[in-house]
Design a protein around this ligand. Structure first.
Ligand SMILES: [Zn+2]
Length: 244
């Protein structure tokens, strides 16, 4: 996500200038709405006690309920608003300004933390919770403002992002109520996806072409790495797409 350190001009009670806070950032007045999580009918998964039709996505996964008051209170730069993240991902809007993400013949534009050392064909098959970006200055602003991107960024063209999973809180079966456990990333075809209270939509990046980067591709290192390479895209390891 495009996060940034609050600028020194941000004083309590002073409105934040438009455009300074990324669209998907959560604000302090946007509270989670209290919703009792209960076992789903049939026992396979979770439900809300007072569930409404719009509480689930078209894959039947339950989504967290959160107030929408963009601009109210102060921005929580390390937090993502579930409704706006999901909107930006589904509609392929810029995560920072909500304008349509940039697209050319090679695909949509994504700004990622540099993971080229992880795998030779990174970021092909990577899963991410970060929506794409526009060309209207949001890339430059993010690189300038976000410490985790400075000297660590890559822009990628993605021919086909596949919205194929969720990030959220996994619940475990419990009596009398399901028990909240770890935050997880789950594909929609995972056997326990209906035990997840989703808060972000996940995209698998396919047809990737690296467009530009902060530095040339790092030289491959020799020697062994313990375990699988960590993801730098925020949602988990690469997923090899099934035959298409
Ligand atoms: Zn933008």
């Amino acid at each position: 996500m495009i996060t940034s350190v609050p600028p020194p001009t941000a004083a309590p009670g002073v409105p934040w200038p438009p455009g300074l806070v990324p669209y998907v950032t959560r604000w302090s007045a946007e509270h989670e709405l209290p919703s009792a999580v209960v076992p789903a009918r049939g026992g396979d998964g979770i439900a809300f006690a007072d569930e409404q039709l719009h509480d689930r996505d078209r894959h039947g996964v339950l989504w967290v309920r959160r107030q929408v008051h963009q601009g109210a209170g102060s921005p929580l730069f390390s937090k993502v608003h579930s409704v706006r993240q999901r909107y930006a991902m589904r509609r392929l809007r810029c995560q920072a300004c909500r304008q349509p993400a940039d697209r050319n013949a090679q695909g949509l534009l994504w700004l990622l933390e540099d993971g080229r050392a992880d795998h030779p064909d990174w970021p092909e098959g990577q899963m991410t919770v970060h929506p794409p970006v526009c060309r209207g200055g949001c890339v430059d602003k993010a690189i300038e403002q976000c410490p985790h991107l400075r000297n660590n960024w890559v822009t990628v063209r993605v021919h086909e992002p596949v919205l194929d999973g969720v990030f959220g809180r996994l619940y475990l079966p419990g009596r009398p109520l399901p028990v909240p456990a770890a935050k997880v990333t789950r594909l929609y075809d995972a056997p326990d996806v209906h035990w997840v209270l989703a808060s972000q939509l996940v995209a698998t990046l396919t047809g990737c072409t690296i467009e530009s980067a902060w530095a040339p591709r790092p030289t491959p290192t020799t020697g062994t790495r313990p375990g699988p390479a960590p993801s730098r895209t925020g949602a988990g390891p690469a997923r090899r797409r099934k035959s298409r």
